[in-house]
Design a protein around this ligand. Structure first.
Ligand code: DC
Length: 228
């Protein structure tokens, strides 16, 4: 088990976890784990290696030996590489999301990635972003946040992001995708998307990013993780 303090931020995609977790890690000067990226790279590696997402043994082999690296680019952007090849953009597409969600439902894939995730917990501390950070990967975490928002609010946020990137997307289709992914992520047998019993649940539907961040920082201070 890690000897560094851990803050977990779990919840469905589009709730604002990534933004909040990044900002928190930066503010505290702690390490950051984007666990979703590990599942996304696993899905992408399958496409590259010609392994079908439903080939459980094949996908598990890929996950076990996943040659992935995260490097911070000057603008704060994180570059993700598989076998030295930049996959940062590919893993963020809708197909990348589908692949991640499919391979993440395979129990042996989750086991294969467990130890690798725990290795991110190093001094001075770790902010871990995902679905099962507080329930499975870091059950002993000092602070557990579960950040959520309604499906329609999350679809709308995603729609705006994609439009801003110049992609043509349909809002009803996005909402349907989000609902399908939520159902798959919350009903799977291993590590379903549920808040840890001791998690603090924040619904960001009607909150701005600074409001959510302020609530999280209050909890960080209450837990004595930084000076008040
Ligand atoms: O957070 P994200 O959107 O990048 O995650 C992509 C997929 O990976 C998502 O469908 C759920 C899955 N995932 C998971 O099962 N467990 C995690 N800890 C993180 C992500």
């Amino acid at each position: 088990m890690p000897d560094a303090p851990v803050i977990t931020i779990d919840g469905p995609s589009g709730a604002g976890k990534g933004t909040i977790a990044h900002r928190l890690a930066e503010t505290l000067g702690w390490h950051f784990l984007d666990s979703g990226a590990l599942y996304r790279v696993t899905g992408q590696a399958c496409l590259i290696e010609g392994v079908a997402w439903d080939n459980h043994a094949g996908v598990t082999d890929i996950a076990r030996t996943l040659d992935v690296s995260f490097t911070s680019a000057p603008g704060g952007e994180v570059l993700v590489a598989y076998k030295g090849r930049d996959v940062s953009r590919a893993i963020r597409t809708e197909e990348g999301g589908r692949g991640a969600s499919t391979v993440a439902a395979i129990p042996s894939v989750r086991t294969a990635l467990l130890q690798r995730q725990r290795e991110f917990a190093k001094p001075p501390g770790l902010v871990a972003d995902g679905r099962d950070m507080g329930t499975v990967v870091f059950p002993q975490a000092e602070l557990k946040i579960f950040l959520t928002a309604t499906a329609s609010e999350r679809a709308e946020r995603r729609y705006k992001q994609l439009i801003a990137k110049g992609e043509s997307v349909s809002l009803p289709r996005l909402l349907e995708d989000i609902r399908e992914r939520d159902a798959r992520d919350s009903s799977r047998e291993v590590s379903p998307l549920v808040p840890a019993e001791d998690a603090i649940v924040i619904d960001s539907s009607n909150l701005s990013i600074p409001d959510v961040f302020a609530q999280v920082m209050l909890k960080v201070k209450e837990k004595g993780l930084i000076q008040a």
